[in-house]
Design a protein around this ligand. Structure first.
Ligand code: ZN
Length: 158
């Protein structure tokens, strides 16, 4: 296991389109494990491969219910709407209001290249949208309504 360096806003790699994964290789397997380690170490709920400088369509997510690995993810269906604070490991210490669908259904491959379908609401739906946007070079900061603000550790803040 190894930690990777998280690229931050201003790094051009964050604005590039990632390529689909054609086959699982030992190198990509290592990348996935490293992404999980890096995400947990940074207390993030999601990480996309371009955030560690690799332009491959791979995402890791854990909203506290166990790790999810998405390879070549595609959003099949969305519904509803939620507006709330969103942050990103590539924009440390900041957050901003973003409106996302409240329900998202995703099709992807897992780390064994088997097809998986996930349905998420609330935070998980938000994480699917946010991380899949990274694969298309899009940052949540482009969607923020109003201003970005500093995050605090105040537990009462919603
Ligand atoms: Zn992000």
């Amino acid at each position: 296991m190894a930690l990777r360096t998280i690229r931050t806003e201003g790094d051009p790699v964050l604005h590039k389109i990632s390529r689909p994964v054609k086959e699982m290789t030992p190198k990509l397997r290592t990348l996935i494990f490293d992404m999980l380690d890096t995400m947990y170490e940074a207390y993030g709920v999601g990480l996309a491969a371009p955030q560690v400088g690799v332009l491959k369509r791979i995402v890791t997510i854990d909203i506290g219910e166990g790790p999810i690995v998405l390879i070549n993810p595609e959003i099949l269906e969305t519904s509803g709407e939620q507006t709330g604070d969103e942050g990103c490991l590539s924009v440390p210490g900041m957050a901003g209001q973003v409106t996302r669908p409240n329900y998202v259904k995703v099709k992807a491959l897992d780390e064994n290249m088997n097809e998986v379908i996930y349905e998420g609401t609330e935070l998980l739906a938000r994480a699917f949208c946010h991380e899949i946007d990274h694969l298309d070079g899009k940052m949540y900061t482009e969607l923020v309504e109003g201003e970005l603000h500093r995050t605090t550790y105040d537990e009462d803040e919603e």
